[in-house]
Each structure stands twice: as C-alpha cells, then as structure tokens.
Design a protein. Structure first.
Ligand code: HPA
Length: 288
C-alpha cells in the first residue's frame, strides 16, 4: 500500500481534493440530485437498490479512477434517486483492501457522497457473529468499531479544509441516528441487536482463535469492510450509522466451515427486512 512516499507529491488526504473534483464533475454531468443520505450496500444487500425510484445508475467503471467491483455479490454501481421520496445516493458494492485496492480508494465513495451533499451515511455490511448468541440473519446496529486492519486512510499529508489531522472518534457511530434506527425497527417489529464491529483485512475468514480473541476484545461481529469508511466519513464531518447483517456464526462457533455462498444466501434471506428497515429509517430521518 503506497501510504508513504519519499517524493514531494501529495499523498493521503491532501491528494483527494482533485480526485473528488473529477468524480463530482462526472456525477454532475448526469444528475443534479443533491442527496440527503448516502447508503453503502454490502455483500448480498444490493437488492435494497431496488427501493430507489427514478435511479440514475453509474457503473463504477464510468467514474474516473474507479475499477470494476470484483467481490461476488457486489454489482458495482453508484445510484442516485429517491428512497421513500427522499433524495439519496447509494453505492451498490464497495472497494475492499483484500481486492488489493489502496485505502484511499476504499474510502473514496463515502467522501464522494459528502461532496455530493449528503450529510449522513448509512454503512451496511455482512459479518460473522462473534457474539455466540447471534444466529444467521441477526441484524446488528453498529455502536462502535475496532479497526484491526493495521491501515488508516488518513495517513499522509492532511487537508485541513476537508477534515482535521486528529479526528475525534467518540460517538463516531451517531447515537441519535442509532436511536432512529431502533425506532424504525420497533415500528416494523424487526428485532435488532447492538454491538461492536471489528474490521479485519480478510480475505480469509477468521480462525476460531481469532474469533475468540475478538470476543475478549469486546467485538460482537467481524467483517472485512466498513470501519475504514467510518473513519474517513467522520474525518470529513459525515454523521454515520451502521447496520451489520450477521450472515453466519463466526469461525469455530458451530464447528462448521464458512462459505461465501452461505453469506450471500443469508443476505438474500434478510434482504426484505433490511430494505424495510432502511426505508423506515429514511422516513423517520426526513421527519426529524
Ligand atoms: N467473517 C468475516 N467476514 C464475514 C463473515 C465472517 O464470518 N461473514 C460475512 N462476512
């Protein structure tokens, strides 16, 4: 990962402004929609995009510098449209470190959402249950995270006009937004848990020892995305909420091997609940 360079070319956040200028122009060539909310749709959760009315869909490869999405279950499109009558921008698929992408690219979509005018972002993902009581299909509202990737998107020269050098991470996962998510879930009788999400690099699933380690660290779910996006989003002043779909008990919990197929299948199965929850949340956010 080219986080450190000996030459004087700006790297890290200081290099992002011009990249975002180009991306913003590419989006603005297609739509003037100003989103009130950004949504990142994780593995198997892309179906939520069907809730978006009058979508302008931009394939990743038509956005300057964005490669195609390679992770299975990721369509690779940026969508701008309306959800429950509210203008939104949604990322159907995302960029992961395990695909070999630089961390600056991993966080670019949420920064682009900010650029396009969204003040709030909802990050969704698929995860393994570290809390042994979580069954496949559990929805967990993210209360906090452990960034265990060993990487940080904010390394390099900072751009103070975009965000501070040392951003605060207390209540990074916005308590008021989480309360709205709880209310949305209550309105729909959808059970939700709350817990801490740990991001590891992947792409292998964890060892049972790693899952036990994560449990002692206080994590309730584990995955390969999201925490880095949350760090960059907070830096840039976005309010952040997160929903993790626990697609499987973590490694070693049941003794069964983990497969990507079960992750996608659980995503499909939970799709309607997830869609309803996000739609209701958007309605409540619009009223708030
Ligand atoms: N571990 C990491 N990432 C995941 C898992 C898991 O068990 N399930 C879905 N995404």
């Amino acid at each position: 990962m080219a986080q450190h360079s000996a030459d004087s070319t700006p790297h890290g956040p200081a290099a992002w402004r011009s990249r975002l200028d180009t991306l913003e122009a590419a989006v603005r060539a297609r739509t003037a929609l100003v989103p009130r909310l950004g949504i990142v749709l994780g593995s198997g959760l892309g179906g939520l995009a069907d809730e978006i009315d009058h979508p302008v869909a931009i394939p990743f490869t038509e956005l300057p510098g964005w490669p195609a999405a390679t992770a299975p279950g990721h369509a690779g499109k940026l969508l701008l449209g309306e959800l429950a009558g509210i203008p939104v921008v949604a990322l159907q698929g995302r960029f992961h470190l395990y695909e070999g992408h630089p961390v600056g690219l991993v966080v670019q979509p949420v920064l682009l959402m900010r650029r396009l005018g969204a003040p709030v972002v909802v990050l969704t993902n698929a995860s393994g249950g570290v809390d042994a009581s979580y069954r496949a299909g559990t929805l967990m509202l993210i209360t906090d995270h452990l960034n265990l990737t060993g990487v940080n998107p904010l390394i390099g020269s900072n751009d103070e006009s975009m965000g501070p050098r040392f951003p605060d991470m207390v209540d990074a996962w916005d308590p008021a937004l989480r309360a709205l998510l709880r209310r949305a879930a209550g309105d729909l009788d959808i059970p939700v848990e709350e817990g801490i999400y740990a991001q590891l690099l992947g792409p292998n699933y964890e060892t049972p020892a790693e899952v036990r380690m994560l449990r002692t660290m206080g994590a309730s779910a584990v995955g390969m995305s999201t925490a880095l996006e949350a760090v960059a989003a907070r830096w840039a002043g976005l309010r952040v909420a997160g929903i993790s779909l626990v697609t499987n008990p973590g490694a070693g919990v049941t003794g069964e091997p983990l497969t990507h197929e079960e992750v996608l299948a659980a995503g499909e199965a939970a799709g309607p609940r997830m869609r309803a929850l996000v739609r209701r949340f958007v309605e409540l956010l619009a009223e708030a």
